[in-house]
Each structure stands twice: as structure tokens, then as C-alpha cells.
Design a protein around this ligand. Sequence first.
Ligand code: F6P
Length: 262
Amino acid sequence: MNAAIRAVVRTALARNLKVTGIRRGYQGMIEGDFLPMKSSDVSGIIQQGGTILKTARCKEFQTTEGRAKAYQQLIKAGIDAVVVIGGEGSFTGALVFSEEYHYPLIGIPGTIDNDIFGTDYTIGYDTALNTVVEAIDKIKDTASSHGRIFFVEVMGREAGLLAINSGIACGAEVIMIPESDDDRQQLDRFMQKGYKNKETSGIVVVAEGDEVGGALKVAEKVREQYPEIEVRVSILGHMQRGGSPTAKDRVSATLMGVAAVQ
Ligand code: F6P
């Protein structure tokens, strides 16, 4: 997100536009938490994870009253267009707001889930994917040395792309995602045919939103059915949402930032 902010600020300044940062997303928009931005404010941030503007999940923006306050703040500050960087929630908010107030907003898709309609890519995804792959590679060392099955939970409440692609990249035995309901059968097949003895190990990648539940639930079911097999669970959690972005993310974010201003 920082790479996108940097690109938006510098592209706009180069075109003699004034740039104002809105802190903490829609929450800051409602509260008028605005910050005039100059080129040096975005120096040295392209390699940093997170966002210098901070962010928030804002319930108030989901209400008509909240959006009315936000609109008043934008008008008061003389802000006449907004670039929104975010995922599904941010995009939904932007759409409703633009329809309600006929106000120009443009979205830069940014989420580790890569699940925004109408774009092949959302910034942050490649970084998260590579973080997951690195983690699973490390977990595989224990799995194969001890002949264990590991259930690795990756993020994705409603989207299985992180799970699918990390699973493919790591050669996982089974991948369980919210979009498919036959993955439980895949797991059974692996347990019955694939896992033979202590010489075998296995990685099962489970998206947190899988319909069976997360990795803990899936592992619990396997433990009940196969008490003789050693099973472990590893939940990767928020390490997937941070860290220095990959080159692909920096470049994509930069191109999207430039395009948003254009
Ligand atoms: O929506 C993006 C996402 O990264 C999901 O994959 C994940 O479930 C969620 O955010 C985590 O959000 P929070 O930190 O608010 O729990």
C-alpha cells in the first residue's frame, strides 16, 4: 500500500494537483483526519509493509449518517476526488458513496486475498503468497523428518487463492478452500491411499474460511479418525499481512497508483 500511496502522491504533484492523505481510511474521512502531503512525505516507504496512512475497519461508513459526515468533511477540506486503496469492503463503500453523492472515487485493489472482481491482481497478494510459501517450506522439514501430517492454515475468509497457489507452489498433498466442497473427499483419499507409513509426510493447506472450519477443526476430525497418525497444526496468521513487499507488488502498486491519478 505504501508503494501505491507514493505513486499517487508523486504523480499528482507532478501534475500540479494538491494531495491530501486521509488517515485511517473511511474512519479518518468521517473525522476529517486529513494530512497535506508533499513529495518528501513518501520518501523511503516503497520497501515498507503496512501503510503510513494507517487503516481501519469502519462500521460507521456503512451507515447513511456516517457517509453524510464523510461527505461534509471532504467538501469542507476542498477535496474533490478520492483514491481508495483496499479490498472488498473498501470498494463496496466507495461504490455506495459515489452513487449517493455523485462523487468521484477511484479504487486501487489491495488485498492479500486477490479476490476483487474485475482485476487479475490485487496488490499485496504476491508478498503474502511468497511469505506463505517460505513458511510452508520450513514446516515441510519437520513434516518429512518426523513423518507427520501438517495442517497449515492460511488467510482467506472467503477466498481460496492464497491456499491454492501456495499449495501448488509447495507441492501440498491436499488443499482445502471455501469455494469447493469436495476437498474433504480429497483429504480422505490422501489419508486412505497416500499416507502409508512413517516414511510418508503430508502438507494439507487449509484456507481459514474452508467450510469444514479452519485447520484446527480439520485436524481434529482427522485425529479422531486416525488416532495412530501424528498430526500437527500451524496457523500462519497475520505474518501473512506484513513484511517488505516483493518487487512484483512494488511495481504493480506503482503502476496502479500512476493510473489512478491519470
Ligand atoms: O480480507 C483480507 C484478510 O486478509 C482476510 O484474508 C483475513 O481473513 C482478514 O483480512 C484478517 O483481517 P483482520 O486482521 O481484521 O482479522
